[in-house]
Design a protein around this ligand. Structure first.
Ligand code: DX5
Ligand code: ZN
Length: 211
């Protein structure tokens, strides 16, 4: 069964706690935190302090997506903040194998995200240290962008590449009920969604529509 990870990028920034509590009641499976540094991506969002303060208000896993130029410096901050999954971008990690080891040794699941232009080949030799592959289906930085159909082939290839390994495929960007169906049909296990989950703030209805 596919899992739904609402992105806090689309939340009400004056009421994170309320939104997290409502998302959990509405059937969300994970809480997705888009951490942006204004450098790797042209937008700036939350730091570890925000994640840490919200951690006590949900039983759901916190899925931390690091869109930052220097993830190796920040990983310990988010482990300490209570992240359950930490995902780094392949484009920002020259020593990806080591980075994944650091995430796992902190007790977190380790994910790698690929920008739309990055090939799945970047992950071929680190699969034994991976729990999750996050396929960006838009160029990271902003919510509300259009889904890139070009990424469906990549998802299909990743599904082939991982074979019987226990690695989840997550998709992020432009996910709505229509594009969700396309992603699921080629192998996606987890759907990140901001705009389509928060639309009209009908969390339960919107989450069910994605499933
Ligand atoms: C994009 C972020 C996404 C974003 C998705 O840079 O990584 O998580 O919030 O937003 P929607 O669902 O609006 O495309
Ligand atoms: Zn994300």
């Amino acid at each position: 069964m596919v899992q739904i990870a609402p992105s806090m990028l689309s939340a009400d920034y004056t009421a994170f706690r309320k939104d997290i509590e409502e998302l959990e009641k509405a059937g969300a499976d994970l809480i997705h935190w888009d951490i942006m540094d204004g450098h790797f991506v042209p937008n700036l969002t939350f730091g570890p302090g925000v994640v840490k303060q919200l951690r006590p208000y949900s039983r759901l896993p916190f899925d931390v997506h690091l869109m930052v130029s220097n993830p190796d410096e920040m990983i310990p901050w988010f482990i300490e903040a209570g992240a359950d999954i930490i995902t780094v971008h392949a484009e920002t990690c020259p020593h990806l194998d080591r980075t994944l080891e650091v995430i796992r040794s902190g007790g977190c699941s380790a994910g790698v995200s690929l920008n739309p232009s990055t090939s799945e080949e970047a992950l071929k030799y680190v699969q034994d240290k991976l729990d999750l592959i996050l396929v960006m289906t838009v160029n990271p930085g902003f919510g509300g962008q259009n889904f890139l159909e070009s990424q469906l082939e990549k998802i299909r290839r990743i599904k082939d590449m991982i074979g019987g390994r226990d690695i989840k495929i997550e998709v992020d960007g432009g996910i709505n009920p229509m594009t969700a169906a396309e992603c699921i049909s080629v192998g996606a296990d987890i759907l990140v969604a901001g705009t389509s989950v928060f639309a009209g703030r009908e969390f339960h209805k919107n989450i069910e529509a994605l499933r």
